[in-house]
Design a protein around this ligand. Structure first.
Ligand SMILES: NC(=O)c1ccc[n+]([C@@H]2O[C@H](COP(=O)([O-])OP(=O)(O)OC[C@H]3O[C@@H](n4cnc5c(N)ncnc54)[C@H](O)[C@@H]3O)[C@@H](O)[C@H]2O)c1
Length: 181
């Protein structure tokens, strides 16, 4: 396990692990309120949602699943997500967790940065690209019809948890994409 301390507009830690051993310290201890909204996509949900949920002991966990793929990182998905969060009654004290690749991370962090003018955000990146690039730096965003990442904010997470075991299920094409970033 390795912990990297990031100094930005907000200081936070990136924990790199090869399992879930450090999850309590890296994720659970960083959650302030009781309610957690996990935003994930259809592929990652079937692989990792149950495991992550089971580790959020004592929290009320809400699940929001978007269709996988860049074509879904759009305003329609965003509006439907924030409507779902509001319908679930998630308050300012809630925490959003983005569990997935760069598409989920960009979308979930944008939701966290704008819902109720900003709630806590924790990143659990599951692709190589999102581990080495998109989960770091605080850039959030969605695509518009006119182009990629045209709507977004800068918003730092409260923590980033990288579990290299996630890479075992990543399709080869996505590993290559991550190596290129
Ligand atoms: N915010 C930033 O600074 C920043 C930087 C670079 C890229 N990005 C954004 O990142 C996005 C691309 O991210 P990406 O390459 O991670 O793509 P992605 O999020 O679409 O993930 C690629 C595919 O892998 C699947 N997947 C994810 N984790 C998996 C796992 N562990 N096992 C099996 N399948 C898994 C996903 O469901 C998806 O089908 C783009 O939208 C890009 O704009 C953002």
């Amino acid at each position: 396990m390795k912990v990297i301390k990031v100094k930005a507009s907000k200081n936070y830690e990136i924990t790199v692990d090869n399992g879930f051993q450090s999850f309590d310290l890296a994720v659970l201890s960083k959650i302030k309120g009781d309610a957690v909204a996990i935003i994930t996509d259809t592929n990652v949900e079937s692989l990792y949602y149950d495991k992550v949920k089971s580790l959020l002991i004592g929290k009320t966990v809400f699940k929001f699943v978007i269709n996988a793929g860049e074509e879904n990182k759009n305003a329609q998905t965003y509006i439907s997500l924030v409507n779902e969060l509001a319908k679930a009654g998630l308050s300012r004290k809630s925490t959003v967790i983005g569990l997935g690749g760069g598409v989920v991370g960009d979308m979930a962090s944008f939701v966290a940065s704008t819902y109720l003018r900003g709630v806590s955000y924790l990143a659990i990146p599951t692709t190589l690209l999102s581990m080495v690039d998109s989960s770091v730096g605080g850039k959030t965003g969605i695509d518009l019809d006119q182009g990629k990442n045209l709507l977004g904010t800068f918003f730092q997470p409260d923590a980033v948890f990288i579990n290299t075991e996630f890479l075992k299920t990543l399709p080869k094409r996505e590993v290559t994409s991550g190596l290129g970033s």
